[in-house]
Design a protein around this ligand. Structure first.
Ligand SMILES: NC(=O)c1ccc[n+]([C@@H]2O[C@H](COP(=O)([O-])OP(=O)(O)OC[C@H]3O[C@@H](n4cnc5c(N)ncnc54)[C@H](O)[C@@H]3O)[C@@H](O)[C@H]2O)c1
Length: 287
Protein backbone atom coordinates (compact mmCIF):
# COMPACT_ATOMS: atom_id res chain seq x y z
CA UNK A 1 0.00 0.00 0.00
CA UNK A 2 1.29 3.44 -0.91
CA UNK A 3 0.30 6.69 0.71
CA UNK A 4 0.83 10.27 -0.26
CA UNK A 5 0.47 13.52 1.61
CA UNK A 6 0.42 15.67 -1.54
CA UNK A 7 -2.75 17.66 -2.06
CA UNK A 8 -4.34 18.43 -5.40
CA UNK A 9 -7.06 20.53 -6.95
CA UNK A 10 -9.95 18.23 -7.79
CA UNK A 11 -13.22 19.02 -9.62
CA UNK A 12 -16.24 16.71 -9.30
CA UNK A 13 -18.77 16.87 -12.15
CA UNK A 14 -22.16 15.41 -11.24
CA UNK A 15 -21.47 16.07 -7.56
CA UNK A 16 -25.12 15.56 -6.60
CA UNK A 17 -25.56 12.15 -8.26
CA UNK A 18 -25.23 8.73 -6.62
CA UNK A 19 -21.47 8.41 -7.09
CA UNK A 20 -20.99 12.17 -6.99
CA UNK A 21 -22.39 12.32 -3.45
CA UNK A 22 -20.29 9.35 -2.33
CA UNK A 23 -17.03 10.72 -3.72
CA UNK A 24 -17.81 14.26 -2.55
CA UNK A 25 -18.60 13.09 1.00
CA UNK A 26 -15.14 11.53 1.11
CA UNK A 27 -13.27 14.35 -0.65
CA UNK A 28 -14.79 16.87 1.76
CA UNK A 29 -12.86 15.12 4.56
CA UNK A 30 -9.48 15.54 2.83
CA UNK A 31 -7.07 18.45 2.48
CA UNK A 32 -7.48 18.48 -1.30
CA UNK A 33 -8.94 21.64 -2.80
CA UNK A 34 -12.28 20.44 -4.21
CA UNK A 35 -14.83 22.08 -6.53
CA UNK A 36 -18.33 20.67 -6.93
CA UNK A 37 -20.29 20.98 -10.19
CA UNK A 38 -23.85 19.80 -10.72
CA UNK A 39 -26.41 20.80 -13.35
CA UNK A 40 -29.73 19.29 -12.20
CA UNK A 41 -31.82 21.17 -9.60
CA UNK A 42 -32.25 17.99 -7.50
CA UNK A 43 -28.50 17.28 -7.59
CA UNK A 44 -27.71 20.89 -6.74
CA UNK A 45 -30.07 20.67 -3.76
CA UNK A 46 -28.37 17.46 -2.52
CA UNK A 47 -24.96 19.13 -2.83
CA UNK A 48 -25.92 22.24 -0.90
CA UNK A 49 -27.92 20.20 1.67
CA UNK A 50 -24.63 18.37 2.37
CA UNK A 51 -23.02 21.74 3.17
CA UNK A 52 -21.02 22.02 -0.06
CA UNK A 53 -21.08 25.01 -2.38
CA UNK A 54 -21.41 24.74 -6.15
CA UNK A 55 -19.04 26.14 -8.75
CA UNK A 56 -19.71 26.58 -12.46
CA UNK A 57 -17.99 24.01 -14.62
CA UNK A 58 -15.59 26.35 -16.43
CA UNK A 59 -14.26 27.81 -13.15
CA UNK A 60 -14.11 24.43 -11.43
CA UNK A 61 -12.05 22.67 -14.08
CA UNK A 62 -9.76 25.59 -15.06
CA UNK A 63 -7.14 24.84 -12.40
CA UNK A 64 -8.04 21.24 -11.59
CA UNK A 65 -5.21 18.69 -11.59
CA UNK A 66 -7.87 16.03 -12.03
CA UNK A 67 -11.56 16.15 -12.97
CA UNK A 68 -13.81 13.36 -11.68
CA UNK A 69 -16.58 12.76 -14.22
CA UNK A 70 -19.35 11.36 -11.98
CA UNK A 71 -21.97 11.88 -14.68
CA UNK A 72 -24.03 9.10 -16.32
CA UNK A 73 -22.10 7.00 -18.85
CA UNK A 74 -24.54 8.08 -21.55
CA UNK A 75 -23.64 11.76 -20.86
CA UNK A 76 -19.85 11.26 -20.92
CA UNK A 77 -19.51 11.91 -24.65
CA UNK A 78 -21.21 15.36 -24.69
CA UNK A 79 -19.88 16.31 -21.24
CA UNK A 80 -16.23 15.54 -22.12
CA UNK A 81 -16.72 17.39 -25.44
CA UNK A 82 -17.72 20.45 -23.43
CA UNK A 83 -15.28 20.13 -20.51
CA UNK A 84 -12.01 18.71 -21.88
CA UNK A 85 -11.24 21.86 -23.96
CA UNK A 86 -11.55 23.90 -20.73
CA UNK A 87 -9.04 21.82 -18.72
CA UNK A 88 -5.47 22.94 -18.11
CA UNK A 89 -2.60 21.25 -19.94
CA UNK A 90 -1.45 18.14 -18.05
CA UNK A 91 -4.75 17.64 -16.22
CA UNK A 92 -6.41 14.24 -15.86
CA UNK A 93 -9.87 13.10 -16.96
CA UNK A 94 -11.00 10.48 -14.43
CA UNK A 95 -14.12 8.48 -15.26
CA UNK A 96 -15.64 6.01 -12.82
CA UNK A 97 -16.49 3.26 -15.32
CA UNK A 98 -14.43 1.98 -18.28
CA UNK A 99 -17.30 1.52 -20.77
CA UNK A 100 -17.27 4.94 -22.45
CA UNK A 101 -13.45 5.25 -22.33
CA UNK A 102 -12.92 1.78 -23.86
CA UNK A 103 -15.61 2.45 -26.48
CA UNK A 104 -13.71 5.58 -27.54
CA UNK A 105 -16.58 7.94 -26.72
CA UNK A 106 -14.60 10.45 -24.65
CA UNK A 107 -13.22 13.65 -26.10
CA UNK A 108 -9.44 13.52 -25.85
CA UNK A 109 -6.87 16.28 -26.26
CA UNK A 110 -3.08 16.40 -26.50
CA UNK A 111 -1.70 16.93 -23.01
CA UNK A 112 -4.89 15.73 -21.28
CA UNK A 113 -4.55 12.32 -19.64
CA UNK A 114 -7.32 9.74 -19.56
CA UNK A 115 -7.81 7.56 -16.49
CA UNK A 116 -10.53 5.29 -15.13
CA UNK A 117 -11.03 4.00 -11.60
CA UNK A 118 -13.65 1.63 -10.32
CA UNK A 119 -14.24 0.52 -6.72
CA UNK A 120 -13.97 -3.24 -6.06
CA UNK A 121 -16.53 -2.98 -3.21
CA UNK A 122 -15.62 -4.65 0.10
CA UNK A 123 -14.76 -8.34 -0.29
CA UNK A 124 -17.19 -11.00 0.95
CA UNK A 125 -14.11 -12.41 2.73
CA UNK A 126 -13.21 -9.13 4.47
CA UNK A 127 -12.66 -9.55 8.21
CA UNK A 128 -15.09 -6.85 9.28
CA UNK A 129 -14.57 -5.54 12.80
CA UNK A 130 -17.42 -3.10 13.50
CA UNK A 131 -21.19 -2.79 12.87
CA UNK A 132 -20.40 0.11 10.53
CA UNK A 133 -18.08 -2.11 8.49
CA UNK A 134 -20.76 -4.83 8.32
CA UNK A 135 -23.35 -2.29 7.18
CA UNK A 136 -21.09 -0.83 4.46
CA UNK A 137 -21.62 -3.40 1.70
CA UNK A 138 -20.99 -0.85 -1.09
CA UNK A 139 -17.77 0.54 0.39
CA UNK A 140 -16.53 4.09 0.63
CA UNK A 141 -17.92 4.59 4.13
CA UNK A 142 -16.42 2.23 6.72
CA UNK A 143 -15.47 -1.11 5.18
CA UNK A 144 -12.03 -1.24 3.52
CA UNK A 145 -12.00 -2.14 -0.16
CA UNK A 146 -9.59 -2.29 -3.10
CA UNK A 147 -9.96 -0.23 -6.27
CA UNK A 148 -8.94 -0.86 -9.87
CA UNK A 149 -7.35 1.95 -11.84
CA UNK A 150 -6.13 2.50 -15.40
CA UNK A 151 -4.24 5.44 -16.82
CA UNK A 152 -3.08 6.21 -20.35
CA UNK A 153 0.26 7.71 -19.33
CA UNK A 154 3.68 6.48 -18.14
CA UNK A 155 4.16 9.61 -16.02
CA UNK A 156 4.61 8.53 -12.39
CA UNK A 157 3.52 11.97 -11.14
CA UNK A 158 0.19 11.64 -12.98
CA UNK A 159 -0.24 8.10 -11.67
CA UNK A 160 0.33 9.45 -8.15
CA UNK A 161 -2.44 12.04 -8.63
CA UNK A 162 -4.85 9.34 -9.78
CA UNK A 163 -3.87 7.04 -6.92
CA UNK A 164 -4.28 9.82 -4.32
CA UNK A 165 -7.67 10.70 -5.78
CA UNK A 166 -8.81 7.08 -5.90
CA UNK A 167 -7.70 6.53 -2.30
CA UNK A 168 -9.66 9.64 -1.29
CA UNK A 169 -12.90 9.10 -3.23
CA UNK A 170 -13.29 5.40 -2.39
CA UNK A 171 -11.80 5.51 1.13
CA UNK A 172 -10.97 3.44 3.08
CA UNK A 173 -8.82 1.77 0.41
CA UNK A 174 -6.46 -1.18 0.96
CA UNK A 175 -4.84 -1.60 -2.49
CA UNK A 176 -5.13 0.12 -5.86
CA UNK A 177 -4.59 -2.41 -8.66
CA UNK A 178 -3.35 -1.01 -11.97
CA UNK A 179 -4.61 -2.52 -15.24
CA UNK A 180 -5.27 -1.29 -18.78
CA UNK A 181 -8.59 0.35 -19.70
CA UNK A 182 -9.42 -2.75 -21.77
CA UNK A 183 -8.67 -5.04 -18.82
CA UNK A 184 -10.86 -2.88 -16.61
CA UNK A 185 -13.68 -3.35 -19.16
CA UNK A 186 -13.05 -7.13 -19.09
CA UNK A 187 -13.46 -6.99 -15.30
CA UNK A 188 -16.39 -4.56 -15.30
CA UNK A 189 -18.85 -5.25 -16.89
CA UNK A 190 -17.92 -8.78 -18.02
CA UNK A 191 -16.59 -10.52 -14.89
CA UNK A 192 -18.51 -8.71 -12.20
CA UNK A 193 -21.74 -7.44 -13.77
CA UNK A 194 -22.39 -9.87 -16.61
CA UNK A 195 -21.43 -12.86 -14.42
CA UNK A 196 -21.46 -12.05 -10.68
CA UNK A 197 -24.33 -9.55 -10.52
CA UNK A 198 -26.38 -11.70 -12.92
CA UNK A 199 -25.88 -14.69 -10.60
CA UNK A 200 -26.89 -12.58 -7.59
CA UNK A 201 -30.12 -11.65 -9.34
CA UNK A 202 -30.65 -15.28 -10.45
CA UNK A 203 -30.36 -16.35 -6.80
CA UNK A 204 -33.15 -13.93 -5.93
CA UNK A 205 -35.31 -15.31 -8.76
CA UNK A 206 -34.70 -18.86 -7.55
CA UNK A 207 -35.61 -17.82 -4.00
CA UNK A 208 -38.83 -16.27 -5.30
CA UNK A 209 -39.61 -19.52 -7.12
CA UNK A 210 -39.10 -21.60 -3.96
CA UNK A 211 -41.32 -19.28 -1.91
CA UNK A 212 -44.04 -18.19 -4.30
CA UNK A 213 -44.31 -21.08 -6.77
CA UNK A 214 -43.29 -24.05 -4.59
CA UNK A 215 -44.86 -22.62 -1.43
CA UNK A 216 -41.85 -23.18 0.86
CA UNK A 217 -42.05 -20.97 4.01
CA UNK A 218 -40.08 -17.78 3.25
CA UNK A 219 -37.98 -17.81 6.45
CA UNK A 220 -36.83 -21.38 5.74
CA UNK A 221 -35.99 -20.62 2.10
CA UNK A 222 -34.08 -17.41 2.89
CA UNK A 223 -32.16 -19.01 5.73
CA UNK A 224 -30.96 -22.05 3.78
CA UNK A 225 -30.13 -19.91 0.72
CA UNK A 226 -28.14 -17.29 2.64
CA UNK A 227 -26.06 -19.94 4.44
CA UNK A 228 -25.50 -22.02 1.33
CA UNK A 229 -24.57 -18.95 -0.68
CA UNK A 230 -21.71 -18.36 1.77
CA UNK A 231 -20.64 -22.00 1.50
CA UNK A 232 -20.92 -21.90 -2.31
CA UNK A 233 -18.71 -18.80 -2.51
CA UNK A 234 -16.19 -19.93 0.15
CA UNK A 235 -15.83 -23.39 -1.42
CA UNK A 236 -16.14 -22.22 -5.03
CA UNK A 237 -13.83 -19.20 -4.85
CA UNK A 238 -11.44 -20.11 -2.03
CA UNK A 239 -11.64 -23.89 -1.75
CA UNK A 240 -12.46 -23.67 1.98
CA UNK A 241 -14.08 -27.14 1.95
CA UNK A 242 -14.80 -29.68 -0.79
CA UNK A 243 -18.39 -29.86 -2.03
CA UNK A 244 -20.00 -33.20 -1.03
CA UNK A 245 -20.32 -35.97 -3.65
CA UNK A 246 -24.11 -35.53 -3.79
CA UNK A 247 -23.71 -31.77 -4.10
CA UNK A 248 -21.33 -32.20 -7.06
CA UNK A 249 -23.99 -34.31 -8.86
CA UNK A 250 -26.64 -31.64 -8.18
CA UNK A 251 -24.21 -28.96 -9.39
CA UNK A 252 -23.67 -30.88 -12.66
CA UNK A 253 -27.45 -31.02 -13.15
CA UNK A 254 -27.61 -27.26 -12.55
CA UNK A 255 -24.79 -26.52 -15.00
CA UNK A 256 -26.39 -28.74 -17.72
CA UNK A 257 -29.85 -27.20 -17.16
CA UNK A 258 -28.91 -23.56 -16.74
CA UNK A 259 -25.55 -22.75 -18.41
CA UNK A 260 -25.00 -22.63 -22.17
CA UNK A 261 -21.96 -24.62 -23.41
CA UNK A 262 -20.46 -21.56 -25.13
CA UNK A 263 -20.94 -19.14 -22.23
CA UNK A 264 -17.23 -18.22 -22.06
CA UNK A 265 -17.66 -16.33 -25.35
CA UNK A 266 -18.61 -13.34 -23.17
CA UNK A 267 -14.86 -12.76 -22.68
CA UNK A 268 -14.19 -12.39 -26.44
CA UNK A 269 -13.44 -8.89 -27.74
CA UNK A 270 -16.42 -8.89 -30.13
CA UNK A 271 -18.78 -9.93 -27.33
CA UNK A 272 -17.34 -7.27 -25.00
CA UNK A 273 -18.10 -4.72 -27.73
CA UNK A 274 -21.68 -6.03 -28.02
CA UNK A 275 -22.14 -5.84 -24.25
CA UNK A 276 -20.77 -2.28 -24.11
CA UNK A 277 -22.84 -1.19 -27.11
CA UNK A 278 -25.99 -2.36 -25.30
CA UNK A 279 -24.96 -0.57 -22.12
CA UNK A 280 -24.17 2.64 -23.96
CA UNK A 281 -27.29 2.46 -26.17
CA UNK A 282 -25.20 2.27 -29.37
CA UNK A 283 -25.74 0.12 -32.46
CA UNK A 284 -22.05 -0.81 -32.58
CA UNK A 285 -18.75 0.19 -30.99
CA UNK A 286 -16.47 1.79 -33.55
CA UNK A 287 -12.79 2.40 -32.90
N1 LIG B 1 -24.09 4.08 -9.21
C1 LIG B 1 -23.13 3.18 -8.96
O1 LIG B 1 -23.29 2.24 -8.14
C2 LIG B 1 -21.80 3.29 -9.65
C3 LIG B 1 -20.72 2.51 -9.19
C4 LIG B 1 -19.47 2.67 -9.79
C5 LIG B 1 -19.31 3.56 -10.85
N2 LIG B 1 -20.40 4.26 -11.31
C6 LIG B 1 -20.18 5.21 -12.41
O2 LIG B 1 -20.29 6.54 -11.89
C7 LIG B 1 -20.74 7.41 -12.93
C8 LIG B 1 -21.96 8.19 -12.42
O3 LIG B 1 -23.01 7.26 -12.20
P1 LIG B 1 -24.17 7.54 -11.14
O4 LIG B 1 -24.86 6.23 -10.94
O5 LIG B 1 -23.63 8.25 -9.96
O6 LIG B 1 -25.12 8.53 -11.98
P2 LIG B 1 -26.30 9.44 -11.43
O7 LIG B 1 -27.29 9.53 -12.54
O8 LIG B 1 -26.76 9.00 -10.09
O9 LIG B 1 -25.61 10.88 -11.22
C9 LIG B 1 -25.11 11.64 -12.26
C10 LIG B 1 -25.16 13.11 -11.87
O10 LIG B 1 -24.53 13.87 -12.90
C11 LIG B 1 -25.29 15.06 -13.09
N3 LIG B 1 -24.95 15.60 -14.40
C12 LIG B 1 -25.27 15.14 -15.62
N4 LIG B 1 -24.71 15.92 -16.58
C13 LIG B 1 -23.99 16.87 -15.92
C14 LIG B 1 -23.20 17.98 -16.34
N5 LIG B 1 -23.04 18.26 -17.64
N6 LIG B 1 -22.61 18.76 -15.41
C15 LIG B 1 -22.79 18.49 -14.10
N7 LIG B 1 -23.55 17.46 -13.63
C16 LIG B 1 -24.13 16.67 -14.54
C17 LIG B 1 -26.74 14.60 -12.95
O11 LIG B 1 -27.59 15.69 -12.66
C18 LIG B 1 -26.61 13.65 -11.76
O12 LIG B 1 -26.75 14.33 -10.52
C19 LIG B 1 -21.03 6.55 -14.14
O13 LIG B 1 -19.88 6.54 -14.97
C20 LIG B 1 -21.23 5.17 -13.53
O14 LIG B 1 -20.96 4.11 -14.44
C21 LIG B 1 -21.62 4.18 -10.72
Amino acid sequence: MTTTSDTYTIAVLGAGGKMGMRVSNNLARTDHSVFYVENSPAGQQRTTDAGRSLTDAATAVADADIVVFAVPDLALSPVTAEIVPLMKHGAIVLTLDPAAAYAGLLTTRDGIIQAVAHPCHPSIFLQRQTPEEWADTFGGIAAPQDAIAAIESDDAAKQAIVEATVRAIYAPIIDVHWVTIKQLAQLEPTLVETVACMIGSLLNEALDEAINTMGVPEAAARSILYGHTQVALANGLRGDNPFSDACLIAMDYGRESIIKDDWKKIFRDDELDKNLARMLHLDTIER
